[in-house]
Design a protein around this ligand. Structure first.
Ligand code: DGT
Ligand code: MG
Ligand code: MG
Length: 303
């Protein structure tokens, strides 16, 4: 087919691939959320509705993109981790970055009224997005540790700050009161002046939100066989069995056996890599991701 004389401009679209075998993190952040949170009367320092809405938008991203295996959020930001060997959009930076932030934003707007039923949107919010690539597990863990440590530092500061303001200090005074204080001092101010035990505040505020897929239930061979038989007698032909330890998916090519006139289907179980077997329900957790425990329980995240 003949090309138009305008076609040459296509050559200005340069490829922007991300290095193979690296971990891709996409971080999105609310644009001008200082103003947005004021305009929409967010509670200070934390508005549970706003945080839950962020979590809902992040879950939408995990739902849509199976290669996004984990996300961490706090305040007006969310970080998404893609599996190391992802082939999503041929690892093209702009496609990955723009698709994720676009879906996140539309989900945020789409679900707004479910979280703020009496508080309609006054103007369209937007989020920026950046991509960071990390060479190894250490950097990925340190990245999420950095974001969670940031959550803690900001939340402790904001909790103390707004307690002082609610007590009558101006924002300038409260700022000054907290200048040069360390976390022990802030804890002390909260406890001795306002009876607030920081450690008793909701974990969502102190630790942020983690979205991950729950590993599917481990079932042994005997249970597997039983489940297959039950489902075929009940006329259900489509069951899936996953073993997070090994990783397995159902193979469509079921073989059929006729026993006493009843057709029994035997599903072949195909072995796949562990993280591909982890396709359970997406859950939102508020726990420590700095220590080893979280990562040891979910080795597929760093594979
Ligand atoms: P940016 O990101 O450079 O466009 O500017 P901002 O204004 O979005 O600033 P950023 O991202 O550093 O800080 C997040 C702002 O969002 C911060 O001013 C507090 C506000 N914010 C986030 N979550 C809440 C909340 O739950 N309650 C309240 N009151 N404010 C919140
Ligand atoms: Mg922001
Ligand atoms: Mg922010």
């Amino acid at each position: 087919m003949a090309k138009s004389r305008f076609e040459y401009v296509r050559n200005y679209e340069l490829p922007d691939p991300l290095m193979p075998g690296t971990f891709i993190v996409v971080r999105i952040d609310g644009r001008g959320f200082h103003k947005f949170s004021d305009t929409h009367a967010f509670e200070k320092p934390n508005d549970k509705r706003a945080l839950d809405l962020m979590d809902k938008a992040a879950k939408t991203v995990l739902d849509e993109y199976k290669d996004v295996i984990m996300a961490f959020g706090e305040s007006d930001e969310y970080s998404f981790l893609l599996k190391r060997n992802t082939k999503l959009y041929n690892r093209r930076r702009s496609k990955i970055s723009s698709s994720i932030v676009s879906l996140f934003t539309s989900a945020y707007v789409f679900h707004w009224l479910s979280y703020f039923p009496n508080n309609p949107l006054r103007y369209p919010p937007s989020f920026d997005s950046r991509v960071i690539v990390y060479p190894g597990e250490k950097e990925v863990r340190d990245y999420f540790a950095w974001r969670q440590a940031d959550t803690h530092i900001n939340n402790l500061y904001n909790t103390a700050f707004w307690a002082l303001v609610k007590d009558g200090q101006s924002t300038t005074q409260a700022n000054k009161t907290l200048q040069g204080t360390d976390s022990k001092d802030k804890n002390e101010i909260l406890f001795s002046k306002y009876g607030i035990n920081y450690n008793n505040l909701p974990e969502q505020y102190r630790k942020g939100s983690i979205c991950v897929r729950r590993p599917t239930i481990v079932i042994d061979d005997q249970q597997q066989q039983q489940q297959i038989e039950e489902s075929t007698t009940a006329g259900v032909s489509n069951i899936s069995i996953d073993d997070p330890a090994v990783g397995s998916v159902e193979d469509d090519s079921a073989s059929q056996t006729r026993i006493n006139g009843v057709i029994r289907k035997e599903k072949k179980v195909k072995k796949v890599k562990p993280y591909e077997g982890i396709d359970g329900e997406i859950v939102v957790l508020h726990e420590d991701i700095i220590k080893d425990g979280f990562w040891k329980e979910r080795p597929w995240l760093l594979q």
